[in-house]
Design a protein around this ligand. Structure first.
Ligand SMILES: C[S@@+](CC[C@H](N)C(=O)[O-])C[C@H]1O[C@@H](n2cnc3c(N)ncnc32)[C@H](O)[C@@H]1O
Length: 342
C-alpha cells in the first residue's frame, strides 16, 4: 500500500509501505503481486512505517519539453499509427503487453457489478478491453468509442461485441450527455491524447453522481534507454500525474493499482505500456469543476507533410523498442531462477 500526500500544491510525496517484504522502491518492483495504491490529499507529513520518496511536481503533458518530443502523442499521428497497427494489434502487440489476465486484474477496481450498468469504453480500439467488460455487463449497455475506424472495424467483427454501440469519436470531446454513464473505462489510450487532463475532465462529466472512472495506462520508465525511447514515442505518465489529473478533474477516492505482465515479476524500470489502473468516484452531478482553455490540438489545421512523415517514422521506430522489451523480459524470466529478482 502506498499513498501520495499532497503538501501544499508544490510537492507530491510517494509513500511506500515496506512492511510486506516486497521491497518496492520507486517504480522498480521485485514482487509478483502489485499493490493497490491509495492517494489522498492531506496535510499530514508523517506516517509511521512508511518510507518516503519525494518526486517532482508533475507537469501537465500538453506542453512538451524538447527532451520529450512524443512524436505519436497527437491525434493525427495516432490515427495513422493505428491505420497500420490495427492489422496486427490483437495478435502481435497485445500478447507482449496486455494479456487477458492483466485486463481482468485491471478491470477489477472498476466494480462492474451489475449487468444493467451503462458503460463507455473510450479509446476502445479493437474491443480487447470491452471483451473483459461484457463478461460483467450486458453488451447492449456498452458503447465503444475510438477515433480510429480501422481499430473499430476489428471490434465489429467480434461476436460478443455484436450488440455494443460502436462509434467514432474523440476522448477529449465525448459525444455523451453530462451524467450519462455508470462506468467510464479507458485502456491504453491516454498516451495518445495531446491533453490528458481534458480527457479525464470529460470522463468526469459523462459519469453519473457516484459513478466510477477506470483508466488503464502506461507508466514511465526509470531505465535511461527506455526513458529515451518512451519520450520519443508517446506519453508515459508518472503514477502521480494520473492522480493529479484525477484529483484536478474533481474525482474523489482516487486509487491506483499496479499491473504488469506476469513474466516481468514486477519490474517496472522499462516502463509498461499497461502499468496501472486508476479509479476515481464522481462526488457531485454535473460538469467537472475544472476550467480549461481551448483544445491543444486542432486536427483541422494543415501540417507540413514532410515534418509529419519524419515525426511519424521516428515515433514508430522508438515504439519498436517496446516490442523488444517484453521479449527480453520473457527470456530473462525463463533464465533467472524463480523467486530471484530479474
Ligand atoms: C493501445 S489501443 C487500446 C485499445 C483498447 N482499449 C485495448 O484495450 O486494447 C489505443 C486506442 O486509443 C485510440 N485513440 C487514440 N487517441 C484517441 C482519441 N483522442 N480519442 C479516441 N480514441 C483514441 C486509438 O485509435 C487506439 O485504438
Amino acid at each position: 500500500m502506498a499513498s501520495v500526500m499532497l503538501s501544499g500544491t508544490e510537492k507530491l510525496t510517494l509513500r511506500t509501505l515496506t512492511g510486506n517484504g516486497l521491497g518496492f522502491t520507486g517504480s522498480d518492483l521485485h514482487g509478483k503481486n502489485f499493490p493497490r495504491v491509495s492517494f489522498v490529499a492531506t496535510t499530514s507529513a508523517k506516517v509511521p512505517n512508511f518510507r518516503s520518496l519525494v518526486v517532482p511536481k508533475c507537469s501537465v503533458s500538453a506542453s512538451r519539453p524538447t527532451s520529450q518530443p512524443r512524436f505519436i502523442q497527437h491525434k493525427k499521428e495516432a490515427f495513422w499509427f493505428y491505420r497500420f497497427l490495427s492489422i496486427v494489434y490483437d495478435h502481435v502487440i497485445n500478447p507482449g503487453h496486455w494479456t487477458e489476465d492483466m485486463r481482468d486484474d485491471a478491470l477489477e477496481p472498476a466494480d462492474l457489478n451489475d449487468r444493467n450498468m451503462i458503460v463507455v469504453d473510450v479509446g476502445g480500439g479493437t474491443g480487447f478491453t470491452t471483451l473483459g467488460i461484457v463478461k460483467h455487463v450486458d453488451a447492449k449497455n456498452v458503447t465503444i468509442l475510438d477515433q480510429s475506424p480501422h481499430q473499430l472495424a476489428k471490434a465489429k467483427q467480434k461476436e460478443p461485441l455484436k450488440e455494443c454501440k460502436i462509434i467514432e469519436g474523440d476522448a477529449e470531446d465525448l459525444p455523451f450527455r453530462t451524467d450519462y454513464a455508470d462506468r467510464y473505462v479507458s485502456a491504453g489510450s491516454i498516451e495518445y491524447w495531446p491533453d490528458p487532463q481534458r480527457g479525464i475532465k470529460e470522463a468526469y462529466r459523462v459519469l453519473k453522481l457516484g459513478a466510477k472512472a477506470c483508466l488503464i495506462g502506461p507508466v514511465y520508465p526509470t531505465f535511461w534507454l527506455s526513458r529515451f525511447f518512451a519520450d520519443v514515442w508517446m506519453l508515459f505518465p508518472k503514477e502521480e500525474e494520473y492522480i493529479e489529473w484525477f484529483q484536478k478533474a474533481g474525482f474523489k477516492d482516487v486509487q491506483l493499482k499496479r499491473i504488469g505482465p506476469k513474466w516481468y515479476r514486477g519490474v517496472r524500470r522499462h516502463g509498461l505500456i499497461m502499468g496501472c489502473s486508476v479509479t476515481g468516484v464522481k462526488p457531485a452531478s454535473g460538469d467537472s469543476p475544472l476550467q480549461l482553455g481551448p483544445k491543444e490540438e486542432d486536427v483541422e489545421k494543415s501540417v507540413n507533410p514532410f515534418v509529419f512523415a519524419l515525426r511519424f517514422v521516428l515515433g514508430a521506430l522508438a515504439a519498436t523498442w517496446f516490442v523488444l522489451v517484453p521479449i527480453y523480459m520473457w527470456l530473462k524470466d525463463q533464465v533467472v531462477p524463480k523467486g530471484q529478482p530479474i
